[in-house]
Design a protein. Structure first.
Lengths: 183, 139
């Protein structure tokens, strides 16, 4: 989708055109769901947060600064909406073997998406067990969503140095977590 | 080394696998969002919001002033008019004033009235004395 179309939809939405906003929802909801799910690790919660994200986006659209990418702005709203869930990561006791089996299952296209989502959630919860909310956020945005540092700065309000530190600590913590399965 | 391999394998799998929903579920979600925004008003631009706030505050202030004025008019219906005291008036023995200037005027007038009365009293007493003296001398 071209940048021109998105800007056009944003302008029309600003003029109160809900159908233009529906196009924006259709374009970004999958991406935002994927991100939110990786944060909250729960399908139902993720659905609610995605809905809240887009409703907030509609409400605060006049405040959107077009010098930033629209997707970055949406990520920021989604991050704020899921902030409460960042703090309650439940630890599951999974064996290393089980973890790998579940990761292998993710590649299979025959499985239902729900099972994939469940396995993904379990793996992320297990890996992010010892991470602080900031570390989890930075790890998800950088390593899983593939965003660059500049975008992450805009979303999290963390400096580049803070992002680097949090990412280093997150990777270290995950590796240590994995070490338990190897020994 | 084994640890790094495991880490890389897991992270690359997680990157490649996007959590998702069925098309129907995404459609339902979009419908819910549209329902959610149906009665939701967009926040105005900060400048417009500020202008609206100022206008609202001014309207409230105007209303308060209007109410005060109406109450004052009601209060003044019971005023005992006094040509000497001008706009200063009495109600239930309490002096009501609309300005300090009026209060000063009131007391100036009051004192001058007192002076006039005492002058009349003196004049009357003197007149009485004169009458008594005239009567005595006639006798």
């Amino acid at each position: 989708m071209s940048e021109h179309n998105i800007n056009e939809w944003i302008n029309q939405s600003l003029a109160g055109n809900r159908w233009a906003f529906k196009e924006i929802v259709g374009l970004y909801q999958q991406k935002i769901f994927s991100y939110v799910f990786r944060i909250v690790c729960n399908e139902e919660e993720a659905k609610d947060i995605v809905q809240e994200t887009f409703i907030r986006a509609w409400t605060f659209l006049p405040k959107y600064d077009s010098s930033y990418k629209f997707s970055t702005w949406l990520y920021k709203i989604a991050t704020n909406c899921s902030r409460n869930y960042l703090k309650k990561t439940k630890a599951l006791a999974l064996s290393g073997e089980k973890l790998l089996t579940m990761a292998e299952q993710l590649k299979s296209t025959d499985l239902e998406q729900q099972i994939i989502n469940k396995n993904l959630a379990k793996i992320i919860i297990q890996l992010a067990h010892n991470l602080t909310p900031k570390q989890k956020l930075v790890f998800t945005l950088k390593c899983l969503e593939g965003l660059d540092t500049e975008d992450i700065t805009g979303i999290t309000n963390l400096s580049a140095a803070q992002i680097k530190d949090n990412l280093y600590l997150a990777k270290k913590s995950i590796r240590e977590q994995l070490q338990k399965y190897i020994v | 080394m084994e640890k790094d391999e495991l880490y890389n394998k897991l992270v690359s799998t997680l990157q490649a696998t996007k959590p998702s929903l069925s098309l129907e579920e995404f459609d339902a979600m979009a419908e819910n969002i549209m329902k959610g925004i149906a009665n939701k008003r967009q926040k105005q631009h900060p400048v417009i919001t500020a202008i609206i706030s100022i206008c609202s505050a001014a309207a409230i202030l105007l209303l308060v002033l209007l109410c005060t004025e109406v109450l004052q008019i009601n209060e003044r219906q019971d005023v005992t008019k006094n040509p000497y005291f001008g706009i200063v008036y009495r109600k239930n023995d309490a002096v009501k004033i609309s300005s300090l200037q009026s209060l000063l005027g009131y007391y100036t007038q009051k004192n001058s009235d007192k002076d006039d009365i005492s002058a009349i009293v003196k004049k009357y007493i003197n007149k009485e004395k004169n009458n008594t003296a005239t009567q005595n001398s006639a006798q």
